[in-house]
Write a protein that binds this ligand. Structure first.
Ligand SMILES: Nc1ncnc2c1ncn2[C@@H]1O[C@H](COP(=O)(O)OP(=O)(O)OP(=O)(O)O)[C@@H](O)[C@H]1O
Length: 243
């Protein structure tokens, strides 16, 4: 589905976001990207989304080179970025305006994210978790094949975050999107991802790749995940016991 070969992004000012990323992502796979601040995670997602076409190396989606924003790909950010002057249902259907079935489609996704009854609410009247649910529905309504998530739950409290992680998993079970998830939260990556890529350095490079060979849904904090967490902390030089 996604193929990256020696993918790099250098800015005109000489700054480099990331270099030489080689990665193949299968359809329906959930891949996590972990790394310390400034190693190029957000830059990588922007390039994958087609918003930033000034990369070097090769980037293909379904064997087609990425040169522009692709309808099959959507980004979900830390902030929901809803339009404040539109209510929830209009925010969700915004991206499919002109579509005859837009209201039916928007209602379907509104209900998939657990917002039934909140159709007429405006963003200012929603909690952070509800607003992010609406943002997820707005992204899914266009039937994307690839979801790029840039720290989607990091602004939420711990319980809401876990609820939305479970929501993401149930949506993935239903729609089987391919997902790339940038996160700072190792537990989140271990709970959701099939594979975790560790980026390190400035510019960032792939430092390690870990397979999380456990069926989903997983028990949070199970022993195997605990062992992988230790390994990731060491790879990021964050495990004081081993340093
Ligand atoms: N538009 C830009 N122009 C110049 N340099 C940039 C630009 N965008 C990002 N960079 C540089 O690229 C590097 C990677 O930035 P990026 O935001 O992708 O890192 P990140 O891993 O997402 O960081 P964080 O975890 O703090 O969000 C940084 O050195 C940053 O200064």
């Amino acid at each position: 589905m996604l193929s990256l070969k020696r993918l790099s992004r250098t800015f005109s000012e000489g700054e480099t976001g990331f270099i030489n990323v080689d990665l193949t992502v299968e359809q329906g796979e959930i891949v996590g990207i972990l790394g310390t601040s400034g190693c190029g995670k957000s830059t990588l997602l922007r390039v994958l989304s087609g918003l930033d076409g000034e990369y070097s190396g090769s980037l293909e989606i379904n064997e087609e080179a990425v040169s522009d924003v692709n309808k099959k790909v959507v980004m979900i950010f830390q902030e929901p970025r809803l339009l404040p002057w539109l209510n929830v249902i209009d925010n969700i259907s915004f991206g499919i305006s002109g579509d005859k079935e837009r209201l039916t489609k928007a209602e379907k996704y509104l209900s998939s994210v657990g917002l039934k009854g909140f159709e007429k609410h405006y963003p200012k009247d929603l909690s952070g978790g509800m607003a992010q649910r609406a943002a997820i529905a707005r992204s899914l309504v266009t039937n994307p094949e690839i979801l790029l998530l840039d720290e989607p739950f990091s602004a939420l409290d711990a319980f809401t975050k876990m609820q939305l992680q479970d929501l993401l998993l149930s949506l993935w079970k239903e729609f089987r999107n391919t997902i790339m998830l940038v996160t700072h939260d190792i537990d989140e990556a271990l709970y959701l991802c099939d594979r975790i890529i560790i980026l390190r350095g400035q510019p960032g490079e792939i430092y390690a790749t870990l397979k999380v060979d456990q069926p989903k849904p997983r028990a949070r904090g199970n022993r195997k995940l605990g062992e992988l967490k230790e390994e990731i902390l060491s790879l990021l030089d964050l495990n004081a016991v081993h340093n």
